[in-house]
Ligand binder design. Structure first.
Ligand SMILES: *Cc1c(COP(=O)(O)O)cnc(C)c1O
Length: 812
């Protein structure tokens, strides 16, 4: 199609004229974006068709990664990179007077996820395609993605993210592959004549699910996999059925709207289980269309059902798609007329499950009545699963009622989705070593005793293509200048940098690259916010969802403390520091929103006080997203990973920042522990209580935040500033809730308990940063070890241990 510059320019100007009706001279940046996207999509098309044909012809086993969230970000730059035409296109556009990075800025983020879980799914798709593995994403095409965050008077307000408004150029609508999903109604049983029960499902509603396919381009190979996103698009018949059922033919538009609403919006809370009916409908809508579609593809191969799990793997990203299990059972039992045992064998050997959290408030449960009414046949199957599972437990543990009750899928009037997922899967994995150990020894101990072989660890990862090669081209170039290009295909070879850790020219260049990134980022910040930041200050970055356990409040209190020290003339001779925050709070999460307000207030006070603003600045960036992360991470010196130990299952932001040469200040939690294992104590700043200490406090009590407050003058002073007259409170009472959470309610997240050791670790950073050469060496060592956290490593391990996928090698 195009493989060198002049050819590209010709094809490109033709495209502009034919599709948009403009000459290059008159084109806007948005025109350029659309024409370029369309040209790239054409180029992708060839490999896409070929890849899918090959999978079918060669009967390759394929994995479908089911996830309610795919936080994809922008695709243009990534696709150009993976097609290996980025530099050529950049030069071609520059001949026409356009800058590729400005063209990339025309693209709206595909923000179909809340945070880490959805971003993980996106990194996994990139790795699957790049490793030439047959694996696809299965998700929902939300009409509105993650909300747009604005600050008004320092408080978060949420605006709808109308990401489809100027067209998502990468999707292909495939109405011919639509699926009918059934809800409601009831099930009757009848004898089928040969002594077996037949289930007849009647009076249900139907809803057409239309797939929109997005190509997932592999790096430097011909592979193009698919992210299939389902959209609720009711037919006339679907609408009439609702009208008939409700005996209301006057409000057809309402019926239509209510059916369509199923794929309207992403739930913007990733920390608590909301339990809303619409959410359950979304989950089943995703699951039913995805499983039916996978079954349909399998049937084209004309193989016996016993081969299903040799051809298909269904993976569930957390429990949100757990209905995959009863849905596959339903299809096999009712439509394909398999017996229970046989259907169960197929289902269980096909499905695998990733657990993402042990936070009890986030564990999904659904009231029995709700599931029964909305999905009567699915509920019957879950009941039967539960019945059989409890019977088998009874055989192993006769009389042990407590154990059986604690493992049951249905208990206390609730369907427990984690239990459903464990019982129906052949593999259950945690997302970091510590997290998996906590699952096995505590949260899921009895399940682990029952199914010891099903539990494994798969530490999360990130794609080094987006997060290093694309986001940080100066650093990528520097790395290649010193160790060659092989690390791009084999990121574990970044460890070759270790041999050069004493090379002064490399260390100096590393410093220069970081400075260059900080300056470009500072320019962007100035343009966006009007705030001038000093690029010789330490860039200290805290970016992630706003949550109590992630402890942005600890960071904020520390900044208040630094301010107090400088004001009172007790400050050390500190290196100037700029604290950056990026974080969205769930709209109903009152505490989190107060923390946002507090940080914005601190920013206001500190940045405008000439006694301190030469040494201290605070910037809270609005609307944290993937594309913003790509800007800020290359410029970071410090990565804040300060969760309450035991609470952060893995984290992936920690990996992205490390890969870009930031040093971590962190608790020994999640994957921080594994980062610490590879870089060592000299190249990371760990502090605070350990997970076992925290878990002991939760179990046995014994922590008093009031005691810490009474004994630590620094804490007493800052906390009092929240409620008494101070520059931070301005005499208002709006931070009383934060004060109460820390003192009246005994500081659930051990913020005060860890304060002193956090201050100490921060002082160590200040001392160490002054030793520039040595600091750069620490940074280099972090980069060198980051290949271990490439999602390529993670996906290799999923593919061989869980999915048993084969690489396809014959495309090239
Ligand atoms: C990586 C990423 C996350 C996850 O960050 P954690 O620090 O692991 O919680 C969240 N949001 C976005 C936009 C990301 O890119």
């Amino acid at each position: 199609m195009f493989s060198e510059k002049e050819e590209f320019k010709k094809a490109f100007s033709r495209k502009l004229q034919a599709e948009l009706g403009v000459y290059v001279e008159n084109a806007t940046e948005f025109d350029i974006y659309r024409a370029l996207g369309s040209l790239v999509q054409d180029k992708i098309g060839e490999g896409w068709l070929q890849t899918q044909q090959q999978y079918k012809d060669k009967k390759e086993k394929q994995v479908y990664y089911f996830s309610m969230e795919f936080l994809m970000g922008r695709l243009l730059g990534n696709n150009l990179l993976n097609l290996q035409v980025l530099e050529m296109v950049e030069e071609g556009l520059s001949d026409y007077g356009f800058s590729l990075s400005r063209i990339e800025d025309q693209e709206h983020d595909a923000g179909l996820g809340n945070g880490g879980l959805g971003r993980l799914a996106a990194c996994f798709l990139d790795s699957l395609a790049s490793l030439e593995l047959p694996g696809h994403g299965c998700g929902l095409r939300y009409r509105y993605g993650m909300f747009d965050q604005r600050f008004m008077n320092g408080y978060q307000v949420e605006l709808p993210d109308n990401w489809l408004s100027d067209q998502f150029i990468w999707e292909v609508r495939r109405p011919e592959e639509a699926i009918e999903v059934k809800f409601g109604g009831h099930v009757s049983t009848a004898n089928n004549g040969s002594g077996e029960l037949a289930f007849r499902y009647k009076n249900y509603n139907t809803l057409r699910a239309v797939p929109y396919d997005v190509p997932v381009v592999g790096y430097n190979n011909e592979v193009v996999n698919t992210l299939r996103l389902w959209s609720a698009e009711p037919t006339e018949k679907d609408i009439l059925t609702v009208a008939k059922q409700q005996n209301d033919y006057t409000n057809m538009l309402n019926h239509q709207r209510s059916l369509e609403s199923i794929s309207d919006f992403l739930y913007p809370d990733d920390s608590t289980d909301e339990g809303k009916t619409l959410r359950l409908k979304q989950e089943y809508f995703l699951v039913s269309s995805g499983v039916q579609s996978a079954v349909r593809q399998f049937e084209q191969l004309e193989l016996p059902w016993s081969s299903f799990s040799n051809q298909v793997a269904l993976h569930i990203n957390d429990t949100h798609p757990a209905l995959v299990i009863p849905e596959l059972m339903r299809i096999l039992l009712d439509e394909k007329e398999l017996g229970w045992e046989e259907a169960w064998e197929v289902t269980q050997s096909t499905v695998s499950y990733t657990n993402h959290t042990t936070l009890s408030e986030a564990l999904e449960t659904w009231p029995v009545d709700l599931v029964r009414n909305l999905l009567p046949r699915i509920f019957m199957i879950i009941e039967e699963m539960n019945e059989r599972f409890c019977q088998s437990l009874w055989k192993t543990y006769p009389g042990d009622f407590d154990r059986i009750a604690s493992l049951a899928i249905i208990a206390d009037g609730q369907v427990k989705m984690a239990h459903l997922s464990i019982v129906g899967s052949h593999s259950i994995n945690g997302v970091a070593k510590l997290h998996t150990e906590i699952l096995k020894k505590r949260e899921m101990k009895t399940f682990f005793e029952t199914f010891p072989n099903r539990f494994t660890n798969k530490t999360n990862g990130i794609t080094h293509r987006r997060w290093l090669m694309h986001a940080n081209r100066p650093l990528s170039q520097l790395i290649s200048d010193h160790i060659g290009e092989q690390w791009k295909d084999h990121p574990e070879q970044l460890t070759d940098l270790l041999a050069k850790q004493e090379d002064p020219s490399l260390l100096d260049s590393l410093y220069d690259v970081k400075q260059q990134n900080k300056e470009s980022f500072a320019n962007w910040v100035h343009k966006e916010t009007g705030i001038m930041v000093d690029s010789s200050s330490i860039f200290d970055v805290h970016i992630k969802r706003l949550h109590g356990y992630k402890r942005q409040l600890l960071n904020a209190l520390h900044i208040m403390h630094l301010y107090n020290e400088i004001k009172s003339g007790h400050a050390r001779n500190m290196v100037p520091r700029t604290f950056f925050f990026g974080a969205k709070a769930a709209p109903g999460y009152h505490f989190a929103k107060k923390v946002i307000k507090l940080i914005n207030r601190i920013s206001d006070v500190v940045n405008n006080d000439t006694d301190v603003n030469e040494q201290l600045n605070v910037v809270f960036l609005e609307n944290y997203s993937v594309s913003m992360a790509e800007r800020i991470i290359p410029a970071a010196n410090i990565s804040e990973q300060i969760s309450t130990a035991s609470k952060e299952a893995s984290g992936t932001g920690n990996m992205k920042l490390m890969m870009n040469g930031a040093l971590t200040i962190g608790t020994l939690d999640g994957a921080n522990i594994e980062i610490n294992e590879v870089v060592g104590d000299n190249n990371m700043y760990t502090f605070g209580l350990r997970s076992n200490e925290i878990l002991r406090y939760y179990k046995e009590g014994g922590y008093s935040s009031k005691e810490v407050y009474d004994t630590d003058e620094r804490i007493r002073h800052t906390l009092d500033q929240l409620i008494h007259y101070s520059p931070f409170s301005k005499g208002e009472t709006e931070f009383k809730d934060l004060y109460d959470a820390l003192l009246t309610y005994n500081d659930e997240f051990f913020v005060l308990k860890d304060f002193a050791s956090y201050v100490e670790a921060q002082q160590q950073i200040d001392d160490d940063y002054k030793q520039t050469r040595e600091w750069c060496r620490k940074s280099l060592i972090n980069i060198a070890h980051s290949g271990k956290f490439s999602s390529d490593q993670t996906i290799q391990s999923y593919a061989s241990d869980i999915w048993r996928l084969q690489q396809v090698k014959t495309l090239r």
